[in-house]
Design a protein around this ligand. Structure first.
Ligand code: GLY
Length: 375
């Protein structure tokens, strides 16, 4: 870990990871008892007089009053805006309701929105903060593993359109991110498992040590210690931070975070989103690694190691979808550029490379990688 991270052992492991993008600098706190200190940390990071907590109907009853009390203790006037849980509510209609509520709470430009919840909440509340009064501060308090290791850091915000997920959004970096791994105790085992797809992706992308640890000791195993989980989350945040610091707007290296996503998104969309995002990424990651290994772009043995890590976590390593179906969805991906696709290739465990490939080569990748694993 770099020396810029601080650790305290008074209340268990805690890491403070500084993010320094071109548009904003902020800290990500990861630990086992961060939630109790929200008020003071928000006060120090943003100021303001009023705070609006935005959460969904699942997370609100679990954590909103604790966060509210902490914010009140730090001198904030607090309102809580709750919307119905579920990806189907991550739409412009819900966003409009949130914006109207922010206005009726009379939140001013110096006040703060607190996004409390998983990826849907963070993305949509982040977009509300980007739009309201042309932009107010947002503090992200992710309560799912996927949100902790991925969506709460880096400033991507969005809602879905009928044409696809996350098609209307903005870059709006948070002022602070507070990840308390004890919130993961209330996450279902299936959702925890699903998030592990993105954690394994980070290991493949940038950290062979993390990857081997994941392979040997799955983080969704019962009794996995909170302190170790906090360390793994913090390492994931560092990996994402390094990429986002270098390329905030995804014009270059940030695209590597899409490792496993070209085929993963196609698998997810073709399942009509019944297969979770992280599980789809895991399957997409294994498919692409098998194919690129055959093509000679990936160190031999890499695909089998990725399959091992995914299987250890109970994640899929392949898909039974037809090649035609995968192709159809993959070429509709929003990240396609005309007749080419930027494919992220795992060159070995711990390194990846962006290759611009033709649609014909994409067919070849699908043919070599999908439906070829022994399951
Ligand atoms: N989830 C990918 C990114 O933030 O760029």
């Amino acid at each position: 870990m770099s020396t810029s991270e601080r650790h305290t052992h008074e209340e268990g492991f805690e890491s403070v990871i500084p993010v320094r993008t071109a548009s904003r600098s902020y800290d990500v706190y990861v630990g086992c008892d961060v939630l109790g200190r929200v008020g003071g940390l928000v006060r120090a990071a943003t100021g303001g007089e009023a705070a609006a907590i935005v959460c969904d109907s699942n997370v609100g009853p679990l954590y909103a009053s604790r966060v509210e009390q902490s914010l009140v203790g730090a001198g904030y006037h607090v309102s809580t805006i709750t919307f119905s849980a579920g990806e189907q509510h991550k739409r412009l209609g819900t966003l409009e309701i949130i914006l109207e509520e922010l206005a009726s709470c009379e939140l001013s430009r110096t006040d703060v929105l607190v996004a409390l919840g998983g990826g849907v909440t963070g993305d949509m509340a982040g977009l509300a903060a980007a739009l309201y009064l042309r932009g107010i501060s947002v503090v992200q308090i992710p309560t799912s593993l996927l949100a902790m290791v991925d969506s709460s850091v880096g400033g991507k915000t969005a809602v879905d359109l009928a044409a696809g997920k996350n098609l209307a959004g903005a870059f709006h970096q948070p002022s602070l991110v507070l990840a308390d791994v004890r919130c993961l105790h209330t996450l279902s085992h299936d959702l925890l498992t699903d998030s592990c797809g993105e954690v394994i992706k980070h290991g493949v992308l940038a950290d062979p040590v993390l990857f081997d640890e994941l392979r040997e000791k799955p983080i969704n195993a019962s009794g996995y210690p909170d302190q170790d989980l906090a360390r793994v989350v913090a390492r994931n945040v560092q990996i994402k931070r390094d990429v986002v610091n270098a390329d905030e707007r995804e014009s270059g290296v940030r695209q590597t975070l899409n490792l496993g996503h070209t085929l993963g998104h196609a698998i997810e969309a073709a399942s009509d989103y019944r297969l979770g995002h992280g599980s789809s990424v895991a399957a997409g990651l294994c498919c692409v690694a098998r194919a690129t290994e055959v093509l000679g772009w990936t160190e031999p043995g890499t695909a089998a190691r990725i399959e091992d890590a995914c299987q250890a976590h109970g994640l899929p390593i392949d898909t039974s979808l037809s090649h035609d179906t995968i192709r159809r969805y993959a070429i509709h991906d929003k990240k396609r550029h005309g007749q080419t696709v930027n494919l992220v290739v795992p060159t070995r465990i711990g390194a990846a490379q962006i290759r611009t490939i033709t649609l014909h080569q994409l067919d070849e990748v699908i043919r070599l990688g999908c439906g070829t694993a022994e399951v």
